[in-house]
Design a protein around this ligand. Sequence first.
Ligand code: HEC
Length: 716
Amino acid sequence: MTRAAPLRSEAFRRLAVAGAALLFVGGCAGLGSAAGDWAAYGGSPEGDRFSPLSEIRRSNVGRLQEVWRVETGEGGLQTSPLAIGGVLYVLTPDQVVLALDGATGRELWRHRPEARNRQPIRGLSYWRDGAERRLFTSHGTFLTALDPATGQPAAGFGRGGTIDLREGLGREPSTLPVFLTTPGVVFRDLLIVGFRTSETAPAAPGAIRAYDVRNGQLRWTFALVPKPEDPGAETWPAEALATAGGANAWAGLALDPERGIVYAPTGSAVDDFFGGDRKGDNLFANSLVALDAATGRRLWHQQLVRHDILDRDLPSPPSLLMVRRGGRTVPAVAQATKHGFLFVFDRVTGEPLFPIEQRSVPASDVPGEWSSTKQPFPVAPEAFARQQLTADMLTKRTPEAAAAARAAFDRLRRNGPFAPLAVDAETLVFPGFDGGAEWGGSAVERERGIVYLNANDVAWTGSLRAARATNRGAGVYQKQCAVCHGADGQGAEGVPAMTGLGGRLSLADIRRVILEGRGRMPGFPQIGSPDLEQLIHHLADPSGAAGREVQAADARVGSRYTFNGYRKFLDPDGYPAVEPPWGTLNAIDLNSGRYRWRVPLGEYPELVARGVPATGSENYGGPVVTAGGLLFIGATVRDRKLRAFDTRNGRILWEGTLPYPGAATPVTYLAGGRQFVVIAASSPRDPKAPPGSAYLAFALPDVGKGAQLASATRRD
Ligand code: HEC
C-alpha cells in the first residue's frame, strides 16, 4: 500500500537530477550487457522476463516508492523499455525514442523519426560487438538503427539508417500494411523480426526475416504463407496463395542462442472471421514455428489452431525453460494461447511433453465456410481460462445483473471453446477474443521449470453478416473497418463509434487516423485513391451524397461475410456477465503440469469499496520475476496498480498506484548501483483514467546514496 509521498518524491527527484551527470558517466563505464541490464525485450534473448537482481526482495519490497516519473503525452503506451549500462530506452505514444538516465529519468537524447504513427511500439532491440553498438526501433512501416550513445541514425544501415519493412515480401510494397509493433531478437549479427499486418484483406503474407545488423541487408526470409512449391502449400487452395495474407508473427519471437533456434508464434490467416476463400488448415497460421536462426530453415512446427475463424492468434512469445522428464532434463518451449492453454514441446524435436488430444469441435454452418472438425488440446497443464460457460457460472453480483445475464445467455448461440460464429446471430466466445493469454508474455524461472502467466477470463460475443454496401466508401468500410468499428459503425468498448464522426473530426483528421492508425487500430497506408477519399466522405457523411452511390458490385466488398464487431458479454452495469475471477495470475510447474498457485489479478476499486472481494480484471502486459523472490506486474486496466507478489504463494507484498493503467510489462535494472522497477502507464484501456501516459520508476528509499550523490555534486 506504499505510495511515495509527493514531497519526498519531489525532494528525491531534485537530488537525483542534480547528480544525474555523475550517474550517467558511472552508468556508461560498463557498456556490456551485465546482470543489472535489461538488454532485450523480455529481459534476455530467451525472453525469460527474469532478473537476477535481489536488492529489492520480499523483506523490504514494502518500502518501495516512486522515485521519478516522465510524462509522455496523450496516447497508448505498451512499451517494455531496455536498460543498458544505467541508461533506459523508451518510446512515446507517437514513436519518438527517448534515452533517459535510468536513475533519475533525466532525458539524455531523443530521436524523432520522420514517418511515424500512433501505434504502440512494445519495445526495442539492442546489438553490440566490441565497440560497435546499435539500438533498433520502428516507426510507421519502417525499421531504424540508432547509435545508442547519441540517438543518431546508424550510418551504413539501409538508407540513412532505415529500411522499409514493406519491401521484399513478393507483393507491391505500397499495397501492404506492415508494422513492427513488437521488436525482434538479435542472433549474432542478425536482427530477426516478424510484423503486424491488417486483419482483413489486403494484408501482407506473414514472414520471418533476418536483417544484417550492420547494413540492413535482408539475409533470409521464411515465408509463413508458403510459396506454391513449398511444404504447407497443400493446406491452402492453390489460387489463394498469391493473395493470402496474415499468418504473421506479431507477438514477438524467442531465441535459444546456444542452439541457434528462433521460435515464432503466428496469428490467424486473413480474414480473421471468414475462411471460405482459404479452405484447408492454412499452415503456418496459428503455429509455433522453430527455425534455424542462422539460415531461416524450418526445423519443426506445431499448428495449435487449424483453419482459424475465431481470431485465435498465438498472442505472446513462447517461454524457454528446462523441465524434468523421467530423470532427464529436457529443454522445453511453452506456448500460451488465447483460448487458454499452455502447449509444451521439446525445444529441439518439437515433440509434445504432455500428450495432445485431437478433439472434435463443431463445424461452421456459414454458407461457403470450411471447418476443421478436430482441434488439438493438451491434456496438461489444465486450461488457465474457463472453457465452457454454463448458466450457474453467470454473474450473481446483483439479482438484476443475474437476471439480465441469464436472459442474454439464453439468447446466445453456445457450443464450447471453438463455437463458430453464425450469420445474424450472436455466438458466445469463451475464452474471449483477448484470451486467455494476451501479448504481455510469461515470466519463467528457467532452471526450475516454472511459468508465471497472467490471463483474462471474461466472455465475449461475435457474429457475421452478409457483406453489403451502398457505395464504394461503404464497401471499403465493410471490408477493412467493420471488424472493429462494427458493421453499422456502432463501435464497441474501447473502439469509438463512427456515428457523428463528421461533427467531431475534420476530413484531414479522419485521413490521418486511417493512414497512421492509433492505439489498437493499425494504420491503413495501403488504401489508395480513390478508395481513401470515398471512405473519408462516407465516414463524414454516411447518408452518402448522390453521385457517390454505385452498384454494390462495384463496392468491392472483399469477403462474403463481415464481422459485426468485438462485443464483450457484460451485465447492464458494464461488468462482465460471468462470475469472477475476470483476470488471474498463475504459477505453473511444467515438471508436473500442475499449478503451484492461482490468484485473481486486479480489481474494480468501486466494487472493493462496497466490500466485494477481489474479482480480478482484464489485464494487458506481462509479469517480471526476480531473484529477490518477487513477481512484479501492472497489467490490470481498472485499478491502475503495480503489484509485487511473493513467487512462492501469490500473496501481494506491495502495491503502488499509477496515474494511468500500467498496461505494459515492467522491467527491472541497476542504475548507479541501485535497483529500479519501471513500468509504462497510459489511459486508453481504462474509460475512467485521465488522458495521458508516463514512465514510472520505483526503488527503495535510499537516503544514504542520495546524500552521497548530493555531496559529490557539490564538490563538482
Ligand atoms: C483492429 C481494430 C480496428 C480496425 C480494423 C479499425 N479501427 Fe479505427 N479505431 C480503433 C480503435 C481502438 C480506435 C481508438 C484509438 C485510440 O484513440 O486509442 C480507433 C479510432 C478510429 C478513429 C478516430 C475516432 C475518433 O472518434 O477519434 C477513426 C476515424 C477510425 N478509427 C476509422 C477507422 C477506419 C476508417 C477504419 C478502416 C479503414 C478503421 N478505423 C479500422 C480500432 C480499429
